[in-house]
Design a protein around this ligand. Structure first.
Ligand code: ADP
Ligand code: MG
Length: 681
């Protein structure tokens, strides 16, 4: 009897060596094999006759037959190794061609029976051939020839057919397989039992569109289990962590309310007020806050965080605000000093501080004299200790790695935490990444902002754009010109930026033109930014260093050169640098490529929609940067395609935890037991 716990070595066809190979891929039991899904299926019930291939040009089809000749040769044109074979069935023969796979001569020989899967094409000489098809040999029996065959990813050197037989045996464990998801939760998730779903996925009876698009009930069952496991584990962890109470009591009394009112230079928007209430509630709770504050560029997140900071400070604790760049730290520092007007002891922590400044900073934080510190990565240094860190705020959190954020949080006992982002993370992704965070959303811009007109122009129109720029500058506008130099890479040359700067300077002899990039010293950067802010500079030619958070109300034109080289979310960030004051603002994209994608961007104003599209176009890995994408791997679930399922899993997980943490923990344990270690790919 095979059960889910049966070690793979007890399966037929698995000797010591194959068992070892399977284990290397994380497949140690029959249960593991059940969760090792085919990545594709071949319908071998209906092979195409070779004589009919002409009707299937460029469309992948299955052909079955016998190899009548096979040989490697050198391509005369490209000096490339080619392996050619001729496959014959009862209707005719066709040439198969593989490029740079000379090793195939050891594997495919005359007389072999082969199933190949690939698109027939016309060769340069007008002959029909199938190029680089997937292939598989039939050894002896033909039992699989009339079936839908699951195709699994390669496991070491185990031949595909042997692997299929091994996995097929694991299906014998299904009748005794206990469903890790209890019936009541299955109902809430709208899914059926697991055994038939697994059976379907390994041995589908039909390949419907729904099935191929991974939307069948069987897929839904498996994906929802994956998402639910993830969500429940996160919720349980949080629920048990939450038992850890804060070592401080935060009160919001009338004097604090009065002070907040006094420093506010404007009326908060409705969305800001709502979020403020959420945060104030969390602060007064005896469990630490962990909140993601999302809001489009310019939606006014800073003031909300600052009010939270003031509340914590007036209750006798310290606050740290972490930002990704010195320019941004400087801007926060100045804005906060203006608003708070010496009523709070404020400090800055940046890499460019002198040793004596650093000593003062370290001492002030350690003995609690400094109440609010704004800093870059310098805040994360080991030497920095707080007397009592009550609130940690991370601005533009996606710019920091998980460990970096963690390092900041570890500087307090149980600090309240707010992470802010101006790259609006689509809700589905936010849930997937931060199922254990509370989400607050500022979904409204402060009033009185004239719109930003976005236009896409070809590079041939640059001169016209320049004339327009000149007119606008004449009436008091300031302009950003951005070149696509990625600042993170040290090696990249700044030459295109410098050339751009020179050409703009000679085109605008009467205007003040300056350049800004990440390799200037922080002092130079700041001085330049300051001159731009004060209106002394008309045109700032720059890389994406200005992308994050900068606020210059008078800047009303954002000209982006080679806009196709930017991600949509990045473009949205850049666009958010203008339209911050009273002037009508323009974001002009210059590009001769990718018109469709950029047009789409030009039409979309809402940052969330941009992010959603970016996500669909580039996938979560690109969207988030490779660092964070690892955490988002699911075996079958895809957080973009299946995001509604993620939301459903989340809702159910919350309910289950609400009904009792102990039971939830038990279910997580069972789910994680059923869930196998990830298979390497
Ligand atoms: P972001 O959310 O992009 O970080 P900021 O916090 O920098 O946005 O705010 C953008 C600008 O809007 C700032 O100049 C800020 O002072 C201003 N602002 C924020 N909230 C309001 C409001 N309720 N009314 C008017 N202006 C506001
Ligand atoms: Mg900001």
């Amino acid at each position: 009897m095979i059960s889910a716990d049966t070690p793979v070595r007890f399966l037929k066809g698995v000797g010591a060596s194959r068992a070892k190979t399977l284990e290397e891929y994380g497949l140690t039991t029959a249960g593991d094999l059940l969760w090792f899904f085919p990545f594709r299926y071949e319908d071998r019930r209906h092979p195409t006759h070779i004589a009919d291939l002409g009707h299937h040009l460029d469309e992948a089809v299955l052909v079955r037959g016998k190899i009548i000749t096979a040989h490697a040769k050198l391509s005369p044109v490209k000096r490339m190794k080619i392996f050619e074979a001729v496959l014959e069935d009862e209707s005719g023969a066709v040439k198969l061609v593989w490029f740079n796979q000379a090793f195939l001569s050891d594997q495919i020989k005359r007389g072999d029976r082969l199933a190949v899967f690939g698109p027939p094409r016309l060769s340069g000489y007008g002959h029909l051939q199938i190029e680089s098809p997937d292939w598989e040999k039939f050894e002896g029996d033909e039992e699989e020839e009339g079936a839908i065959v699951p195709i699994y990813s390669k496991i070491g050197n185990i031949p595909p057919k042997a692997l299929r037989r091994i996995v097929a045996q694991s299906l014998e464990a299904l009748p005794s397989f206990e469903d890790p998801v209890p019936e009541s939760i299955r109902q809430a998730l709208h899914v059926g039992p697991i055994a038939p779903a697994l059976e379907q996925l390994h041995r589908p009876r039909e390949l419907t569109d729904e099935f191929l698009w991974r939307r069948s009930p069987a897929h839904r069952r498996v994906i929802l289990q994956e998402f639910f496991t993830f969500q429940l584990a996160m919720r349980v962890r949080r629920a048990t962590e939450e038992v850890k109470k804060k070592d401080r009591q935060i009160r919001i009394d009338d004097s604090i309310r009065a002070e907040v009112k006094k420093i506010l230079p404007f009326k908060l928007t409705r969305a800001q007020k709502r979020v403020m209430k959420e945060i104030a509630g969390d602060l007064q709770n005896d469990r630490p806050m962990y909140r993601l504050l999302q809001g489009d560029v310019g939606s006014g997140k800073t003031i909300v965080a600052l009010i939270a900071a003031l509340i914590v400070i007036r209750n006798g604790h310290q606050v740290a605000l972490l930002a990704p760049t010195e320019i941004l730290v400087e801007q926060h520092y100045q804005r906060i000093s203006q608003l708070l007007d010496h009523s709070v002891v404020l400090a800055k922590a940046t890499g460019s501080a002198a040793p004596s400044e650093r000593r003062t900073l370290h001492a002030g934080l350690r003995d609690g004299y400094i109440q609010l510190v704004v800093g870059t990565h310098a805040l994360l240094e080991e030497k920095i200790h707080f007397q009592s860190l009550g609130l940690a705020i991370v601005d533009e959190q996606h710019r920091f790695g998980v460990e970096q954020r963690q390092r900041l949080f570890a500087k307090g006992e149980t600090p309240d935490i707010i992470v802010m982002t101006a790259t609006p993370i689509p809700r589905s992704l936010a849930l997937a990444m931060y199922g254990d965070l509370e989400l607050s959303l500022i979904d409204e811009l402060p009033p009185g902002r004239p719109g930003i007109k976005t236009a896409l122009r070809a590079s041939a129109q640059l001169e016209r754009i320049f004339r327009f720029m000149n007119d606008e500058i004449g009436s008091g506008a300031q302009v950003y010109v951005v070149y696509p130099i990625i600042e993170e890479s040290e090696k990249l040359s700044l030459k295109p930026l410098k050339q751009g700067f020179e050409s703009i300077r000679s085109r605008f002899p009467d205007r003040q033109v300056a350049m800004l990039h990440g390799r200037m010293t922080p002092a130079d950067k700041e001085a330049t930014m300051q001159r731009f802010k004060s209106g002394e500079i008309d045109i700032l030619v720059s890389t994406t260093v200005i992308e994050v958070g900068i606020d210059v109300p008078n800047a009303s034109i954002m000209l982006i050169i080679d806009a196709d080289r930017f991600g949509l979310s990045q473009l949205h960030q850049l666009r958010g640098r203008v339209g911050r004051g009273e002037r009508k603002s323009y974001c002009i994209l210059v590009s001769d490529k990718e018109k469709e994608r950029l047009d789409l961007f030009a039409e979309t104003r809402d940052g969330f929609e941009v992010a959603e599209r970016d996500l669909q176009l580039r996938g979560p890995g690109e969207f988030l940067g490779t660092r964070q994408s690892g955490a988002l791997r699911f075996r079958m679930g895809n957080i973009v395609r299946d995001h509604e399922w993620m939301e459903r899993a989340r809702d159910v997980a919350i309910d289950v935890v609400d009904q009792g943490v102990d039971r939830a923990e038990e279910i997580v344990r069972r789910l994680l037991g059923a869930e196998v270690a990830a298979v390497r790919d």
